[in-house]
Design a protein around this ligand. Structure first.
Ligand SMILES: NC(=O)c1ccc[n+]([C@@H]2O[C@H](COP(=O)([O-])OP(=O)(O)OC[C@H]3O[C@@H](n4cnc5c(N)ncnc54)[C@H](OP(=O)(O)O)[C@@H]3O)[C@@H](O)[C@H]2O)c1
Length: 201
């Protein structure tokens, strides 16, 4: 019997050009088009998130539908009662990210796993992720939570619209969707000229 193929692990976030992703437990902008983009990417696949991101969704909006919602949390897994409470609320609590990724691989649509934040999970998830979907929201917002830096191990594969261009919401907020992929190990080519993640690059 052959082993199941490794699932693809992808991360998704929206950030300002200064990498702000959150403030006071929420996102300091309102871009419905980005929410629709997020839904389209993740629907049908398991989503893995930290406990604070789970709590950032209004109770009426969680669990995210058509997705196994996996929540990494020590507090939600400390006692049987805590686990039962989390399950009753519609999520699968796990004690660490690796457990979350293993559970996600067994879930419906587990060939593609989305790590959806927050900052405490993005950093370790980037060690196994091969794809990052980043929405750049062109606002100057103060925040208390930041996206990790996609270093030169990552390459901007495509952007909608192309870098320098923007979509705009009805109220004029500008945004752009970027798809980043991990640079494959070198195979003799010395093309190591990645784009960088912040504006002005
Ligand atoms: N812009 C975006 O795309 C985006 C996406 C997601 C989130 N956000 C924003 O980001 C903020 C939340 O992110 P955050 O970084 O503060 O929190 P978070 O990563 O969502 O959750 C942190 C919690 O996850 C659990 N956790 C994390 N690492 C763990 C580990 N190794 N083992 C066990 N448990 C672990 C802990 O829960 P316990 O305390 O229960 O142990 C920890 O307190 C909010 O403002 C949210 O709106 C923005």
């Amino acid at each position: 019997m052959s082993a199941a193929p490794e699932p693809e692990v992808a991360v998704v976030w929206a950030q300002t050009p200064d990498r702000v992703i959150g403030r006071d437990g929420t996102m300091p902008w309102h871009v419905p088009e980005d929410l629709a983009h997020f839904q389209a990417l993740t629907r049908g696949h398991p989503v893995v998130m930290g406990r604070r991101t789970w709590e950032s969704f209004p109770p009426r909006s969680r669990p995210l539908p058509d997705r196994t919602n996996i929540v990494v949390s020590r507090s939600m897994t400390r006692t049987d009662e805590a686990v039962s409470g989390a399950r009753a609320a519609g999520c699968l609590p796990v004690p660490d990210l690796d457990s979350g990724l293993r559970a996600a691989a067994r879930a419906d649509g587990g060939d593609l796993i989305w790590v959806i934040g927050g900052a405490t999970l993005y950093e370790p998830a980037l060690e196994t992720a091969t794809r990052a979907e980043v929405t750049v929201i062109d606002v100057a917002a103060d925040g208390d939570t930041h996206a990790p830096v996609l270093d030169d191990g990552w390459r901007l594969e495509s952007a909608d619209p192309a870098p320098g261009g923007w979509h705009a919401t009805a109220d004029g907020t500008r945004y752009r969707f970027e798809s980043w992929y991990r640079v494959p190990p070198p195979t003799g080519s010395d093309d190591t000229s990645p784009a960088t993640q912040t504006e002005g690059a």
